[in-house]
Design a protein around this ligand. Structure first.
Ligand SMILES: Cc1ncc(COP(=O)(O)O)c(C=O)c1O
Length: 285
């Protein structure tokens, strides 16, 4: 917490001084949307797309932003400018606002609360590249389809991540109620099989990840060394993959070398995965 600079509704505060009302609806009900991005050398990564996605998530939960996109952008830029970090993690949280009473009715709420967090981002641990990470499967109970909003309610993802860490794995691949693998708890999921790159479609209940989007864009521009196909994938597709990896804005491309007790490929990060990481970083930096 000490390492953070936080902007609450335009006021910059050190982490430990950053406080918000207990009547905030994000605190009371998880009634909020959020974004996680990063800077490369003070330059925010795809910030317009992140703010657009924040507004799409808000629309999906009928949260009417009382902040404009322009004001949110200027508060993010102000926070980046004020912080001493070149490479930083940026979290944008927009809650429906502070309630005048307990109760679900959004009419009880005042204007939104906007919080921007920033702290230095450390490079990914070296072992992610030398050894890769391990995952388990987690069966979701809540039926979900289509591109998911990024809201303050991450309960199922928290349970999936907790289950993974309690079993000594890095994270979970979540399975939807139709038996399809969707994504990691805070990442998109990918497999390579017979020199084809596959990722689950948004329709399976997947966040429209911006790293995922960047790889789709690269494929369209023929910048990838293999074709990319969006397709519903089963556990077996993951277990029988030649290579596997996850993506997120803050971690880029992370090789997965073990799922449950099963080694992927030869149990080492795949050559194509490492090539994709290199190409991705060239593309976005
Ligand atoms: C559920 C979920 N899926 C995927 C992602 C990856 O999205 P992005 O590439 O935009 O970071 C995230 C990021 O936090 C996430 O929470």
């Amino acid at each position: 917490m000490e390492d953070f600079l936080v902007n609450i509704n335009g006021t910059l505060l050190k982490g430990p001084e950053a406080k918000i009302s207990v009547f905030d609806r994000g605190f009371l009900y998880g009634d909020s949307v959020y974004e996680a991005t990063r800077t490369f050398n003070k330059r925010p990564f795809r910030i317009d797309q992140h703010i657009d996605r924040l507004f799409l998530s808000a629309e999906k939960i009928s949260l009417e932003p009382t902040y404009s996109k322009e004001v949110i952008l200027s508060e993010v830029l102000k926070t980046i400018e004020a912080a001493p970090f070149k490479d930083a993690t940026i979290r944008i949280v927009l809650t429906r606002g502070t309630n005048s009473d307990l109760g679900l009715d959004p009419a009880l709420s005042g204007p939104n609360n906007l919080v921007v967090f920033t702290k230095e981002i450390k490079p990914n641990p070296a072992w992610w590249i030398t050894d890769g990470v391990s995952m388990i499967f987690f069966q979701k109970k809540i039926e979900a389809s289509g591109s998911l909003p990024k809201t303050g309610n991450y309960q199922e993802n928290i349970l999936a991540n907790r289950e993974a860490t309690s079993r000594g794995a890095y994270d979970s691949f979540m399975i939807n109620t139709h038996g399809h693998v969707t994504e990691g708890t805070t990442s998109n999921a990918w497999v390579i099989k017979n020199n084809i790159l596959f990722t689950p479609p948004l329709a399976d209940g997947v966040l429209d990840g911006l790293t995922r989007k960047a790889l789709l864009e690269m494929a369209k521009r023929q910048m990838l060394p293999l074709p990319l196909v969006e397709k519903s994938l089963t556990k077996d597709d993951f277990l029988s993959a030649d290579e596997c990896f996850i993506t997120s804005t803050t971690r880029n491309v992370v090789p997965v070398t073990k799922i449950e007790s099963h080694l992927i490929g030869n149990g080492k990060p795949g050559a194509l995965t490492l090539k994709l990481l290199e190409l991705y970083l060239e593309f976005v930096k």
